[in-house]
Design a binder for this molecule. Structure first.
Ligand code: NDP
Length: 330
């Protein structure tokens, strides 16, 4: 079986030369371990940060080692109690076709309830991120006008729909193409959307939300964040989930020039990491199941096939080639 290793630390945009596809060395199973053949693996924007040497909330990837990340696979051999051949397991040893893991670090998932990829996306870390950002961080309330950037992406598409399900009066999205704008409005039920490539975000946001926005769910940072601060209502809340527009910058970009608006609006801006909020996972799972059943929450996935295309899939996420969750099928 094969695995993807990081062989050099990208400066600016990563390229294929930073990665190597290699044969895995698979030791025999120790007590308490399972061998899992991965069916799907996640490629996520945060992985860009782990490719740099700088310490962050997640440890940097080691050069010459297989990378890690969310994955679901099927148990091929088990020396762990409670895990049988054929069980589906969610774990963090993605970027490889076959993983050997301590069973305690994996979680069994039910293939009868949802597809393996759903446990990476709408029912997994992605969906929970949207839920945490809206409920615990932005404290979205019925009647709020909510703006979501990265609206056609995995977290953003969930955030917009969940905001609506939680009673938002108007949900506005931004994305990077006309087709994505069409998708979030026509398929996902956003009230309005625009492409940030069509003109200044501040102008387009003001047109879409003439009376301002109460909540901004930020996936993008930069110009989007400044525009959102400019449109914030009194008491408005900004949940900073991600800032993908700066992840490949080699020089830190200047911050929003209008932060002083937080004073007159008594506005609040707060970043968060989903990993701190797994206590909400059970609550979210219950509500997500209902929203999925009624159609209030729909999830789109973009599939790329084969470990030999995993790097393409990762680069594709950074470039916006995905609609909904980008998933590598192994
Ligand atoms: P997405 O599925 O949203 O994929 C990333 C998207 O970002 C692309 O599809 C692209 O869409 C968009 N994008 C890329 N470059 C730019 C740019 N310069 N300006 C605007 N949009 C851009 O990924 P995820 O849903 O996995 O992640 C979304 C955000 O959430 C990321 O910032 C990520 O880091 C963050 N995140 C944070 C977590 C936390 O715990 N805080 C947990 C999980 C994710 P387009 O075509 O629209 O440009």
């Amino acid at each position: 079986p094969r695995e993807v290793r990081l062989v050099s630390r990208p400066v600016g945009w990563p390229t294929h030369a930073d990665f190597e596809l290699a044969e895995s060395r698979l030791p025999d199973l120790a007590d308490g371990q399972v061998r899992v053949r991965n069916t799907v693996m996640s490629v996520d924007p945060y992985m860009r940060g782990r490719m740099s040497a700088a310490r962050s909330y997640a440890a940097p990837y080691e050069l010459g080692e297989a990378m890690t990340g969310g994955a679901v696979g099927v148990v091929e051999e088990s020396r762990a109690k409670g895990f049988a051949v054929g069980d589906h397991v969610l774990h963090s040893l993605g970027w490889r076709e076959v993983a050997i893991l301590d069973a305690t670090s994996g979680r069994k998932v039910d293939p009868a309830l949802a597809s393996d990829s759903a446990y990476l996306g709408v029912l997994g870390m992605t969906g929970l991120t949207a839920y945490v950002g809206l409920t615990r961080i932005a404290e979205v309330r019925p009647g709020d006008v909510v703006f979501v950037s990265g609206a056609a992406g995995a977290v953003g598409s969930a955030a917009g729909q969940i905001a609506r399900a939680l009673g938002a009066s108007r949900v506005i999205g931004s994305a990077g193409s006309a087709e994505k704008v069409r998708h979030v409005v026509e398929d996902l039920g956003f009230d309005a959307a625009f492409s940030y490539r069509d003109g200044p975000v501040s102008t387009q946001l003001r047109e879409a939300a003439p009376d301002g926005i109460d909540v901004y769910f930020d996936n993008v940072g930069g110009e989007h964040l400044e525009a959102a601060i400019g449109s914030l209502t009194v008491g408005g809340r900004i949940a900073v989930c991600g800032m993908i527009s700066v992840y490949n910058d080699t020089e830190p970009a200047p911050g929003p020039r209008n932060l002083s608006r937080l004073i007159q609006t008594r506005g609040r801006i707060q970043g968060f990491l989903v990993g701190d909020h797994y206590d909400l996972a059970g609550e979210y799972a219950g509500r997500a199941a209902q929203w999925l059943a009624t159609g209030a929450l729909q999830s789109r996935e973009t599939f790329v096939d084969g470990i030999d295309h995993a790097v393409d899939a990762f680069l594709g996420v950074l470039r916006g080639e995905n609609t909904g969750k980008m998933v590598v099928r192994l």
